[in-house]
Ligand binder design. Structure first.
Ligand SMILES: *Cc1c(COP(=O)(O)O)cnc(C)c1O
Length: 363
């Protein structure tokens, strides 16, 4: 593979070229940014899966090792540390998988793992135990198994297509999955989880949106983690999706040194709303092996929510959640506004810290 430079290829705007040309080695990355000795060392590690689209790489700061884009995609030596509390499969997804490629944790909804490929591999990936390893899509037999399971479980009304990034699949491969799921009468909504608008916005083509809109009601959840990820290209991609009638949500991962401040989060959620993207979840970093250095104290997430709620549009405030270690599901963690509660009254705290009383109804 030639050392990819960021001199803009005439294929720059072709999503397949972006995917094919992902930067994967120390040599390729060293040609475009000033790698620190620690980054060089980590890029030599045989087990770290690295892959960055030229587009996303072009957002990295050449000189600043703390660049929030760079820290999401260039490994550090700390990834090799197995800390005592971390786990390969922190959410017990493998244990909650009744058939290969399907996770059934909640009563009425399931996740399909459509592929193990991503446009760009995030260092903070919670599924890093498998994502990027084989870069394998769902086989025909696996799709049969997954569809049969959903068809045989009438309680499943919501199907999430995740991965890897399902938008690394070709339109016809993705459509094969969507068509099979949509043909099941009790499936009410379908959701796709993707970072394509963030890491490979050229993926959102008129052909794709024309195909997707045949499968409504369809929702898409994205993962913007930092305002620097909002560019003309990513904005155009999101606008095309919303204009195709697809509501967009955003799931941010709280990452130490990258976005763990109110200033960054506030700027991010305001930018998202301008693009008609609803901030949905703010995730406490999972206990996956190799991502311990991204973890923040839980109090930081609570503080960020407290600094948003009331201070800005309610639409801008995501729900801060901890995905329960061991697979219990997402748990909302909120600042405490109830000061005390008796049968007569509830004492509350306003966002500005004033104490108010709400009398309970007489029963
Ligand atoms: C996050 C998740 C869902 C969806 O949860 P919502 O709160 O409905 O968005 C479903 N299944 C699994 C396994 C999940 O991790």
């Amino acid at each position: 593979m030639p050392a990819v430079c960021l001199c803009r290829s005439d294929q720059w705007g072709d999503w397949r070229w972006q995917l094919r040309s992902r930067l994967r080695t120390k040599e390729q990355l060293g040609a475009i940014i000033d790698l620190t000795p620690e980054e060089e060392h980590a890029l030599s590690h045989p087990c770290f899966v690295v892959g960055i689209t030229p587009y996303f790489a072009s957002l990295m700061d050449r000189a600043d090792p703390n660049c929030p884009i760079r820290r999401q995609v260039i490994p550090l030596a700390a990834e090799a540390l197995g800390q005592g509390v971390t786990m390969a499969d922190p959410l017990n997804e493998d244990g909650l998988s009744p058939v290969p490629r399907l996770i059934h944790r909640y009563p009425d909804r399931v996740v399909i793992l459509a592929t193990e490929t991503c446009h760009t591999y995030c260092r903070h990936c919670t599924r890093r135990r498998r994502v990027g390893m084989a870069e394998r899509g769902l086989t025909r037999a696996e799709l049969e198994g997954v569809t049969a399971y959903i068809a045989n479980h009438p309680e499943i009304r919501d199907v999430l297509i995740s991965g890897g990034d399902p938008l690394t699949l070709a339109n016809c491969q993705l459509e094969r999955i969507l068509a099979r799921i949509r043909a099941i009468p009790h499936v009410e909504i379908v959701r796709i989880g993707t970072r394509a608008p963030v890491t490979n916005p050229y993926r959102i083509t008129p052909d794709l949106t024309a195909m997707l809109r045949k499968y409504h009601p369809l929702w898409i959840n994205l993962q913007f983690n930092h305002p620097k990820e909002i560019t003309e290209e990513s904005a155009r991609a999101c606008t095309a999706l919303v204009d195709a009638g697809i509501p967009l949500g955003n799931q941010t991962v709280l990452l130490r040194g990258i976005n763990d401040s109110t200033t960054v989060q506030k700027q991010l959620v305001h930018e998202l709303l301008k693009l008609r993207i609803r901030p949905y979840y703010l995730y406490q970093c999972d206990l996956a092996e190799g991502i311990d250095h991204f973890r923040t104290p839980v109090a930081r997430g609570i503080e960020i929510i407290e600094n948003l709620r009331g201070h800005t549009s309610g639409l801008a405030v995501p729900t801060f959640v901890i995905d329960a270690p061991g697979g219990g599901g997402k748990i909302p963690v909120s600042p405490q506004y109830v000061v005390s509660q008796t049968p007569e009254k509830v004492v509350l705290r306003t966002y500005e810290g004033k104490i108010v009383e709400y009398p309970e109804p007489r029963l």
